[in-house]
Design a protein around this ligand. Structure first.
Ligand SMILES: [Zn+2]
Length: 347
């Protein structure tokens, strides 16, 4: 477009005096033309890429107008179809009567169409320049990440957000932060040492993958048998029923199998914080059932309950019977349960 300031000189070179076409400056009737697209014909490959989307609009128009083609294609000078000047930023207009396109520089384009008030053109130029800058920033960011062995961060950034948030659902926050960090690297072109370190942590987190799914576990014991079990109390919950408050004890044995004991009577080890403690006890196997993909061994009539303290005696052989006063303890446990899980909770 710098060259187009010499439009009249270039126009002379195009020998306007000999021209007989309708597009020559002295004859052109702007009302017979439609603005189709903006074009970029300069050397910057980034700008060329960004302007590429405009090309699609033009191709679509061509497809719906059989026989349409460029004016003066045989003597294509590469310059403006009206004045002959070379240009970087221009526009394609469609001449309805001749079914021909003219590609012209932005100065002639603004004369052609009053709607091209300059602002629209500047917006377009800014848009493709910004797009090109973003593209250049992305290239630089990718190079920086690769140089720091953080290529994974780039892959995460390039994953469509919906897909990525699903894929990294197990560490959604880490995913979100990393995407934001890379987008800032694209914008500002640099990270601090702390940011590099932090990104590395986030990457490790995402690469670690989701935690292994809980195992289904096995059924233990034989239904109707009365046997000894050793298991750790994992969850203590309960619910209100027509029989009153039912306490639910969920145990897990050393192999990760689930044992459930529901009781409306007073838990014989109803001391304050039984959760996390391991017990050896006698119980009758009432049932083997499944709940949410987990195999559960349902127990009843627990007795001979003793706490196993592995830190003092790893074999458990020296464990002692837990003896606790019964009075008042049930009330205490129930109140805690209500407080923790509420009456609606059910296993
Ligand atoms: Zn021109």
């Amino acid at each position: 477009m710098k060259n187009e300031t010499n439009a009249s000189k270039k126009g002379d070179k195009m020998n306007n005096a000999k021209r007989t076409d309708v597009h020559r400056p002295s004859e052109i009737l702007p009302e017979n033309y439609d603005l189709l697209t903006y074009t970029y014909k300069g050397p910057d490959p980034f700008l060329q890429m960004e302007a590429g989307s405009e090309r699609k609009i033009f191709m679509a128009h061509m497809k719906s107008h059989p026989g349409a083609g460029f004016f003066n294609k045989e003597n294509e000078t590469g310059g403006c179809s009206i004045c002959g000047a070379h240009f970087s930023f221009g526009a394609i207009f469609y001449h309805r009567d001749s079914n021909r396109y003219i590609e012209i520089g932005w100065i002639c384009a603004m004369k052609m169409d009053s709607s091209l008030d300059g602002a629209a053109f500047r917006n377009w130029k800014d848009r493709i320049k910004n797009g090109a800058e973003v593209r250049a920033g992305k290239n630089k960011a990718r190079e920086i990440l690769e140089a720091h062995d953080l290529r994974f961060a780039w892959e995460v950034f390039e994953t469509p957000y919906e897909e990525g948030s699903k894929k990294f659902e197990f560490a959604w926050k880490s995913f979100d932060i990393l995407v934001d960090m890379v987008s800032k690297l694209v914008r500002y072109g640099t990270w601090s040492d702390n940011q590099f370190e932090f990104a590395e942590k986030l990457i490790h987190r995402l690469q670690a993958g989701p935690p292994p799914a809980p195992k289904a576990g096995e059924f233990v014991g034989t239904i109707k048998n009365r046997e000894f079990f050793t298991a750790t109390l994992k969850v203590l919950t309960g619910y209100e029923s027509m029989y009153g408050w039912t306490s639910v004890f969920i145990f897990e044995d050393a192999d990760g199998n689930t044992l459930i004991w529901k009781t409306t009577s007073e838990p014989s080890f109803g001391f304050n914080e039984p959760k996390g403690k391991t017990f050896r006890f006698k119980a009758t196997v009432k049932d083997h059932s499944e709940y949410k993909g987990r195999n559960q061994t349902i127990l009843t009539r627990l007795s001979d309950i003793e706490e196993v303290k592995p830190e003092t005696d790893p074999t458990g052989s020296g464990s002692k019977i837990v003896e606790l006063p019964k009075t008042g303890i049930e009330v205490e446990v129930k109140r805690n349960l209500h407080h923790i899980v509420g009456p609606a909770a059910i296993v």
